[in-house]
Every structure is written in C-alpha cells, then in structure tokens.
Design a protein around this ligand. Structure first.
Ligand SMILES: [Fe+2]
Length: 470
C-alpha cells in the first residue's frame, strides 16, 4: 500500500509539475492549423497541357509579361518571346478613351544554355503613361499581333487604396495552376502581384531544361500580361551548373525578366525598389552578397532613409529566404541576412516582410531579435511593435511538394502556420489600415484561412498581434 500510495503521489506530483512546466510552452506559440490536406503527389503539368499551348500563327508572340518600368508607376516594361524569327520589338499602345495608337520600340535578345537556344526575347519600356488609366497594347507587329491590356496605378500618395496579390515558389504543377486560378477568382481583386521568388523550377529538369522556362512563361501569361508582377529572385533563378559549363548565375532569368532597378539607383537587377500607390516596396536578393561593404548592403543603407512615410506610408520588403521560419525546411538559411539587416528594419519600422522558399504558409507576430551582442545572451526573439510581421508565402505549389514538418513546440513568434498551397492578398485601405488574408487552394475562392487587420507602423503603431503574450 505504502509503495503504491507513494508511486501514485509521485505520479500525481510529476503530472502537476509537467503541466506547470509545459503549460507556458504550449500556450506561448500561435496556431498550428488543424486543417488536414489530402496528401497527393505534386507533379508538373505535362508539356501538352492546354495552359502551355503556343498561340497560333507564324511568329506569334508568346510568354507576354509586364512589370513596373520606373520608380513611381508611370512606365511599364512589356516582354514577350517570338520563336520563328526576331520580328518587331515595337509595342503599340493606346489608352481606353483614345483611338490614337502610340509606339514604343524595344530590343531583342537571345541566350544559349548548354544545348538549349532561346527564342527571340523582346523587352520594351513604355514611358510617360497616365496614372489610373486603362491601356491596351499590341505586340507581334507585322506577323500575328496579339492585344492585351493593363491599368496603371493611381498617383503615389499616402491614402491611396491598392490591392496586392502575394505569390511565391509557383512552379508549373497542377497545384501551381490551382494557386493561380484561386488568385484570379479571389473576390478580393489583386491589382499587382508581389512575387517572392522561384518562378519556373526548370532547374529541376536534366540540364536545367530551359524549355520549362518557356512553358512557365506561357502558363502565367493569363495573369502577368494583364497586371504587373514584381519580381524577386529565388534560388531556382540562379541556374548555376558548372557541370555543363553554365557558370554565369541568373543567366536565363536575367535574359527573360527585366526590372526597373536603375530607377532606384541600384547597380544590379536583384535588389531595387518601387513606389506603387501608397506602398514603398523594397526587393532584396537572398542570393547576392549582402554583407557589409557589398553593393546590396550599400544600396539598402542609402535606400531606407529615403522612404518618406508621408508619401508612401506602407513599407514592404520582399525577399526569398525567410528570416523567421519554424518549419524544418531551409531552417535558419535566412539567418545571416537577418543578422545584417534586421536592426534597420526595426529602426525604419518596416510594416511587413514577405518571403518564400519554404513551401508552406507561416505568419509571425511583430518580433525582433536584435538585442544580442555576443556576450549578453539576449538571443531570443521578443515582441516588438516597431518590428515587421514576417510572412512566408512560398506555397505556390511547385514540383518539390509541401513542407509539412515543423519545429515543435511552435515558437512564440509564430502566430499561424499551415502546410497548404495557396496565395495571399494585401488590401491597403489608407495610411493606417490594411487587410491581409491567406487563401488555401483546397477551399472555395471566398474562404480566408488566415486573416489580419494590419496597422501601419508609422501612422498607427498600435498592437495588431493575434496571439496572447506570454
Ligand atoms: Fe527557394
């Protein structure tokens, strides 16, 4: 009896102790979603899929895509590929209420990658556009022209509403197609996509089969020919393959995709900034040197003080490798960049940082981890209302599949995480408020699986956390 009672008491005490010890740990973190996704293999759409179909006609332009062409949104870079001959690099364009067609002339380029030769890649910048205007544009002049349209953003200003879509790590699988369809059919209508890197995943094919860059260009044309996508480079854009003699990093990407880096005084297309409506967007490169004295470091050092929150209240950063990531994939790969730049993000009150790379969804609370100085031991992230929210949106749906293995318990900084494919929208209302929501592909177009009212860090820096503090 005595032994039994002692062991019973012992167990009871241990259980209570266990509860006391584990309770804060269990309570501290945010939500790990209980949504269970049907496990299916993520496979690329076959080459003869309708989304990859080549437009009919001799030398018809294909892979049409647009991106912002200057710092404020009055220019657009139009790009496309012709396959049979170079053809014309001219874009004809006209505004909604004008019959007069204007002309802009671009240039054509090609590249070789191992045994692949690209088509004729055209880039043409259209300048001096009017704000808030619908323009039609025509490419493929002289052979089989095709016409598209876009709407320019409103003039940059502090209370201009604007809606961004967030997509990352898209690839060209059946899931990628679902993500893009969900974005297109979301009742919250994105006007511009902020793309956080890893476009085609062509490098997963033997010899980085660049025909998969072409299929990707045709797949996403249905969105990116009509609204700009703002490009960030990911590791799948590096295409560094010395084993087949390809030693120039980013070769296919830089030939195919142009960004307006010179208009923000950047010296390379991998880091740059744009203003759009009430947002100031800074794009960084996880795969270019970012240590002290490097060009990217120097550029960001000079860039951040230039942001005028009275003109563009919303300061948004895009990069590929996340700084706060509690999945067991790419764990701490963003750590060295975080150490370099996080103090600046807190100092300049960045509102939100979007990253990709990890093929899942995660949203952090406002935290910083900048107090550590080697000897003081303060190396745990803490709640910080001057810090950005970090969102991993690398869940576009590429061939590599989902990241579904997480560190446990969920760290305190992690507010919500779920391994499902999807996309997000950031709906800026005015200088103080924005509405953010994440949509998983498994549900209807209206369903918001995660949502948040975001308060601007400069104009309305009140606590917008969604989990209790410990
Ligand atoms: Fe990546």
């Amino acid at each position: 009896m005595g032994v039994r009672r002692t062991s019973f008491l012992g167990c009871f005490i241990l259980a209570v102790l266990g509860l006391i010890i584990s309770a804060p740990i269990l309570c501290r973190g945010g939500t790990t979603s209980s949504f269970v996704r049907k496990v299916e293999k993520t496979i690329d759409m076959p080459m003869d899929s309708d989304v990859f179909s080549v437009p009919p006609g001799y030398n018809a332009p294909q892979q049409v895509h647009i991106t912002q062409g200057d710092h404020v949104g009055k220019a657009m870079i139009v790009s496309w590929v012709t396959m049979d001959e170079p053809g014309s690099s001219t874009v004809l364009y006209w505004s909604n209420n004008s019959k007069q067609k204007n002309k802009a002339t671009g240039a054509v380029t090609t590249y070789r990658f191992y045994n692949y030769t690209s088509g004729y890649i055209h880039h043409c910048i259209i300048k001096h556009l009017k704000f808030n205007t619908k323009y039609y544009y025509e490419v493929g002049i002289g052979h089989n022209p095709r016409t598209f349209w876009f709407v320019t953003p409103p003039q940059v200003g502090p209370d201009v509403p604007y809606t961004f879509g967030l997509i990352g790590d898209l690839g060209q699988s059946f899931d990628s197609n679902r993500t893009l369809t969900h974005y297109e059919l979301n009742p919250i209508k994105g006007q511009t996509v902020l793309f956080v890197g890893d476009l085609s995943y062509a490098d997963n094919y033997p010899n980085h089969d660049n025909t998969r860059w072409d299929t990707w260009g045709r797949f996403v044309e249905r969105s990116v020919a009509y609204q700009p996508w703002i490009w960030t480079t990911g590791n799948h854009e590096i295409d560094f393959a010395p084993e087949i003699g390809e030693t120039k990093p980013f070769k296919p990407y830089t030939h195919r995709y142009r960004v307006p880096y010179k208009s923000s005084n950047s010296t390379a297309p991998f880091w740059y900034s744009i203003k759009r409506a009430s947002a100031y967007i800074i794009v960084l490169s996880s795969y270019s040197a970012y240590g002290m004295y490097t060009p990217q470091y120097q550029w960001l050092y000079e860039e951040l003080p230039k942001v005028n929150r009275s003109e563009t209240p919303w300061l948004i950063v895009l990069l590929h490798s996340p700084w706060y990531n509690s999945y067991n994939y790419h764990y701490m790969e963003g750590e060295t960049m975080r150490v370099m730049y996080e103090p600046w993000f807190v100092q300049y009150k960045v509102d939100v940082v979007f990253a990709g790379h990890v093929h899942a969804y995660e949203r952090s609370e406002r935290v910083s981890n900048v107090a550590y100085n080697i000897v003081n031991g303060k190396c745990t992230p803490v709640r910080d209302q001057s810090a950005p929210i970090y969102i991993t949106i690398g869940d576009g749906g590429n061939i590599e599949g989902l990241a579904n293995n997480m560190t446990e318990p969920q760290p305190e900084y992690s507010a919500f995480r779920e391994p499902s494919f999807g996309h997000a929208t950031l709906d800026i209302k005015n200088r103080t408020h924005a509405y953010y929501s994440w949509h998983r592909n498994q549900e209807g177009y209206v369903v918001e699986a995660d949502k948040l009212r975001l308060y601007n860090r400069f104009w309305h820096p009140v606590d917008d956390s969604t989990t209790a503090k410990s």
